[in-house]
Design a protein around this ligand. Structure first.
Ligand code: B12
Length: 544
């Protein structure tokens, strides 16, 4: 049996207990990253992506793979990944008590105490992982201590001990991802099922392919970190506001190779901030066009980046296949925005969405209300900016979500000092990830604001034709209300629609319509419930 076998477990993204699978385009990028240096040296790397299996099956495979392995490692982002990672690691530990176990990723980086306190792990790899993990593997192999390896958190005398901080490295030091480690077929198969539009976190089908038609997409990673200082996001603390990006040409070469090999339709960039450098963005778009590379793509782009790009760069982005710009609009007042720290003011968010709209690109725009100390009039102003953005940029899908505290952020400390009670046990941290279903910090949004938000969501959902799969009398009325900012008698109208809709559905049964367009990055509640008692559509999409 190989002594150089490394088992990497990518936890489930979503709790299968609450719905369908996670979108099949989400490749285990973290695991590919940390394999990249080791695979060159002949290590046998086995990645078990739990999203491909039922929960028990994923765990069983991980436990089995660990037989004769050198080490086991896993990852996780706040949310269900944390719970599933814990569950799997617990089973691995029970079967292989002597096997070294390592964890890394965003949640472990901000709460190493919780992960090390489980007694499961020998070390937490903090932040960027490639080099730290490489050195950890070498240390395990040679039986040396971890203390001299930079970028780790270790458990010493019941406390966290952090080794020297590791500076963020650039892509010139990092190899391309070892894509051959994954078998793409199960990902493709999952996405080409006729009901794949229902998968959680599925991005909408590019309009050129056809509404709700299955498509084959992959995730891709071309930059690490983010230069923004956002106080609700943990990236500034984890990555020191460094941003390291792969040069456009290298990215194009790699994607061209992959396209040749896998022939995907869509690339979903999982960079925190794809568009920091206009030059790179321009080179990428121009390169797509000059190489005649054909795929649709979406990425996180900031409002101020979009507004700083030259018109011809925006044109090239659209021409090269950009079909969704994911924009973190965050807040609708200058005062709140300055507390967040993003260089956005006035109607910048609206103007950016209009620039995209003009070029046929959908902006998936997320606003947040209920930040620590935020006043109700500020929240109402945010909902109103969201409404105005919808009116000004009809292709855009702007949404407003309640704030959720994220550990390792400036606002986390504020929330805790204002009475937010974080979960204690690691499993509770996982369950708060089902952020589509519950408010993480209830009671922070006054009832009149919550009602306005629900009414906005109700009318906007209706106006897209998502409730009934068509645009009729109710839909046109909804759009008129949004255009005129008229919420008089709106609650009664929403309730009346709910009753009408239920009766109509009984008389003429119809297929449920996907609402992924409301918030392409995330699953939301069911149509028509926005003004009802259900708070299913609550979430907190707080990407920087
Ligand atoms: C893309 C993205 C998403 C995607 C995909 C997430 C996924 N699970 O793959 C979507 C839209 C689904 C998503 C959802 C959410 N996300 Co998100 N997301 C991101 C984003 C923009 C990039 C993360 C990413 O995939 N990068 C690509 C991979 C390759 O890189 P990576 O994970 O950074 O991996 C490197 C290191 O972390 C490390 N590493 C990672 N794992 C491991 C494991 C080992 C063993 C080792 C050694 C190293 C290691 O090495 C890698 C290479 O250097 C970050 C923001 C950012 N600044 O990066 C937020 C971020 C990770 N998300 C965040 C949050 C909070 C969420 C949500 C809870 C939503 C919310 N706002 O409430 C949900 C829940 C996710 C879930 N449970 O699955 C937080 C993380 C908070 C935390 N402390 O865990 C971030 C940092 C943003 C923020 N607002 O602060 N997200």
């Amino acid at each position: 049996m190989s002594r150089k076998k490394i088992v990497l477990y990518q936890p489930q993204q979503v709790d299968r207990g609450i719905g369908p699978r996670c979108s099949g385009d989400m490749l285990p990028l973290e695991m590919l990253c940390i394999s990249s240096l080791l695979v060159r040296e002949g290590y046998e790397i086995q990645i078990i992506d739990a999203n491909l299996y039922d929960e028990e099956e994923g765990h069983r495979r991980a436990v089995e793979a660990c037989e004769g392995a050198l080490l086991y490692a896993t990852s996780g982002i706040l949310g269900y990944m944390v719970t599933d990672g814990f569950n799997c690691s617990t089973k691995v530990k029970a079967e292989h008590p002597k096997l070294p176990m390592i964890i890394g990723g965003w949640f472990a980086s901000v709460r190493p105490d919780l992960q090390l306190g489980t007694g499961l792990y020998d070390a937490v790899v903090l932040a960027q992982g490639e080099f730290s993990f490489y050195e950890v593997v070498k240390a395990i192999e040679s039986g040396t201590k971890f203390d001299d390896i930079a970028g780790l958190a270790l458990w010493r005398d019941g406390q966290v001990f952090k080794t020297e901080k590791r500076p963020v490295v650039g892509w010139e030091k990092l190899p391309n991802l070892p894509w051959h480690l994954i078998d793409i077929e199960p990902y493709r198969e999952m996405q080409l099922r006729s009901d794949s539009h229902r998968q959680i976190l599925r991005m909408p089908t590019p309009p050129a392919i056809g509404s709700r038609k299955p498509y084959f997409g992959i995730t891709y990673f071309s930059s690490y970190g983010c230069p923004e200082p956002c106080t609700f996001c943990c990236s500034p603390i984890v990555t020191d506001r460094r941003w390291k990006a792969m040069p456009a040409d290298r990215m194009l070469d790699d994607l061209a190779d992959l396209k040749e090999r896998w022939n995907f339709d869509v690339v979903r960039f999982h960079d925190a901030n794809f568009g920091v450098m206009q030059k790179r963005v321009k080179e990428f778009a121009d390169g797509m066009l000059s190489r005649n590379l054909k795929f649709h793509w979406n990425a996180f782009l900031e409002t101020h980046s979009i507004l700083s790009y030259k018109p011809e760069v925006l044109d090239a982005l659209a021409a090269s296949g950009l079909y969704i710009a994911e924009i973190g609009a965050e807040a609708g007042t200058d005062q709140m925005m300055s507390k967040i720290g993003k260089p956005i003011s006035g109607d910048d968010n609206i103007n950016a969405a209009v620039e995209m709209d003009k070029r046929g690109v959908c902006s998936s725009v997320t606003y947040i209300i209920g930040y620590p100390g935020e006043q109700p009039d500020s929240m109402i102003a945010t909902i109103d900016q969201c409404r105005r953005l919808h009116v000004a940029a009809p292709l855009a899908r702007p949404t407003v979500w309640p704030y959720r505290p994220i550990p390792g952020t400036v606002m986390w400390d504020q929330a805790v000092s204002m009475g937010y009670r974080p979960p204690q046990a690691i499993k509770e941290w996982g369950s708060i990830g089902e952020y589509h279903l519950e408010e993480t910090w209830p009671g922070k949004i006054p009832p009149h604001v919550a009602e306005r938000r629900k009414l906005y969501q109700h009318f906007v959902t209706l106006s897209y034709g998502l409730a009934r799969g068509k645009i009729g009398w109710w839909e046109k009325r909804a759009e008129k209300r949004l255009r005129e900012n008229n919420f008089k008698g709106a609650l009664w109208e929403a309730r009346a629609f709910d009753v009408f809709n239920r009766v109509e559905k009984k008389l003429r049964p119809r297929e449920e319509v996907s609402r992924s367009w409301v918030d392409p990055g995330h699953k939301t509640g069911t149509a028509g419930n926005a003004a009802s008692k259900s708070s299913k559509a609550m979430t907190g999409a707080t990407h920087g």
